[in-house]
Design a protein around this ligand. Structure first.
Ligand code: UDP
Length: 493
């Protein structure tokens, strides 16, 4: 090289490997876009199943062609195409990924592989879901940096990290009397406060621990997976979180005790929206269901803050009895409602359900039902006054950003913890976990949408302001993202 020539500095190259489910893929794709905007090369590893669904539901796959520094790679998830990939199937999905997808991934990033250290597109670092404990071994083997990005809530993940302590202190397992997928009965007092979860003192009760704690079998596959994850999380070079400092400061400081590099860069959807707005560039949907946009013109005709939006996300399922209890509660509350009824989200065939006249009439007068909604757009709509949610972390953050108070009806994993934080810590709504009775549903909707409407809206508005400030220039998430980019640039291949 001539003396006056400056060396060509290659942009860093990250390989992102999400858990192949709607929530994590959506969130990680948004992170990928943020990276692209900062001139980082991104390889996004999707399963064939997710890629095919993205392709058939959105213009997403084409949209990403606008970033020359982005590429998709795909691997099989090993499950037959017709298998459901609902929440209760996650352990199966993980087993299958380990057997089928992980060997391909390992080959891809190892010496001689397409993205190996000796290739022309070497990876600077791997960013994978925290539940992928295999990533620590692979990264160590190749001598590459690893950042874990758990797309669940930090408060939820921290409760996972506390599991060994809870077991050691005898707070787990509970004494379980009987258990079914939907209703749990215990001889333990579920309202008893948990004492051995540092940073959550006085907040979490037994009933607010993640759903998988409701077992007397500590050898259950999901518990074993989480205990393994607990050991691997501190081995990563850093942890990325979809949250912002002012929402979860105490929990983030607990994480700093186990991993010095913490990047709280969320709410990621809002972060990306802000950066794209600066470039007058549109956002895209990462949906793996086709969005029914007919609900938007319906919302346009409803009065301000009069509609409650109901959705239980992409994985939760309910029984037919629960469906009818919620339905009666909604209709009896007198509130207008927009309800997402995802195909397959109710056990049994919905065609066999006989709908009582009062429900069909009430729905015709005040309701709108769709199979999948453009949720971010819905939550941003001025007609929406509240969100009846399962508290998946993406939904919770989307609601926070739009300043919409919540009614919390958690289904599983971190959602029990999230709903407790929404109700008790952030005071952004009402937690009705473990109940599903039409009288309670009616009462709680009236409380949120009428009796305490102003109080909740004011609080939600304040939190929305903090969330948006965090992703604005100079905000905590904005700064953490810059620090993340700088740290990645300093990583050696
Ligand atoms: N979502 C959507 N339309 C719907 C329901 C959900 O676009 O009708 C999106 C929602 O905006 C969120 C994601 O699906 O980004 C669900 O993720 P979350 O973490 O809330 O829950 P999960 O589906 O993982 O349980």
């Amino acid at each position: 090289m001539a003396a006056n020539q400056t060396p060509v500095v290659c942009p860093p190259h990250v390989l992102i490997f999400p858990l192949p489910l709607q929530g994590p893929v959506n969130c990680m794709l948004k992170l990928a876009e943020l990276f692209c905007l900062k001139n980082v090369q991104v390889t996004f590893l999707n399963t064939d199943h997710i890629q095919q669904r993205l392709r058939s539901c959105t213009d997403n796959v084409n949209y990403f062609k606008k970033y020359p520094n982005f590429r998709f790679e795909t691997v099989p998830d090993g499950l037959p195409e017709e298998n459901p990939r609902t929440g209760d199937q996650i352990p199966n999905l993980l087993n299958s990924l380990e057997a089928v997808a992980v060997p391909i991934f390992r080959k891809m990033v190892s010496s001689g592989g397409m993205y190996g250290p000796d290739s022309d597109k070497p990876i600077t670092c791997i960013i994978s879901d925290g539940i992928f404990t295999f990533a620590t071994d692979i990264a160590k083997e190749i001598g590459i940096q690893l950042l874990y990005f758990d797309t669940i809530s930090p408060c939820g993940l921290w409760s996972y990290m506390c599991l060994p302590k809870l077991i050691q202190a005898g707070e787990l397992p509970f004494k379980v009397q009987a258990q079914s997928l939907f209703w749990f009965r215990f001889d333990d007092n579920l309202d008893e406060i948990i004492r051995n979860a540092p940073g959550m003192e006085g907040i979490i009760r037994r009933r607010d621990l993640p759903s998988f704690c409701r077992t007397k079998d500590l050898n259950a596959r999901i518990i074993q997976l989480v205990l393994k994850e607990d050991k691997h999380i501190p081995l990563a070079q850093g942890l990325i979180f979809n949250t912002f400092q002012q929402l979860e400061a105490p929990v983030l400081s607990q994480f700093r005790n186990i991993c010095p590099k913490i990047y709280a860069v969320g709410p990621i959807h809002s972060h990306l929206k802000a950066r794209l707005a600066e470039q007058i560039s549109p956002t895209t949907s990462n949906s793996i269901w086709k969005e029914d946009k007919s609900c938007i013109p319906w919302l346009d005709f409803q009065p301000s803050k009069s509609v409650i939006y109901v959705s239980i996300g992409s994985l939760a399922i309910m029984t037919k009895e629960q469906l009818f209890e919620i339905w009666h509660g909604l209709v009896n509350s007198g509130s207008r409602f927009l309800w997402v009824r995802r195909p397959g989200s109710v056990l049994g065939s919905e065609k066999d359900f006989e709908v009582p006249l009062e429900l069909s009439q009430g729905t015709k007068e005040r309701g709108c039902i769709v199979s999948w909604a453009p949720q971010e757009e819905v939550l941003a709509h001025p007609a929406i006054g509240g969100f009846f949610t399962h508290n998946g972390w993406n939904s919770t953050l989307e609601s926070i950003v739009e300043g919409k108070p919540m009614i919390c009806w958690p289904y599983f994993v971190d959602q029990q913890v999230n709903s407790r934080y929404v109700g008790e810590v952030w005071k952004l709504g009402l937690d009705m976990k473990d109940t599903c009775d039409r009288v309670i549903v009616e009462k709680i909707i009236r409380e949120l949408m009428e009796l305490r409407k102003d109080e909740f809206l004011e609080r939600a508005d304040q939190m929305s302001g903090l969330a948006k400030a965090s992703v604005s220039e100079g905000g905590s998430s904005f700064q953490d993202f810059d620090r993340l980019i700088e740290d990645i640039k300093l990583m050696k291949i």
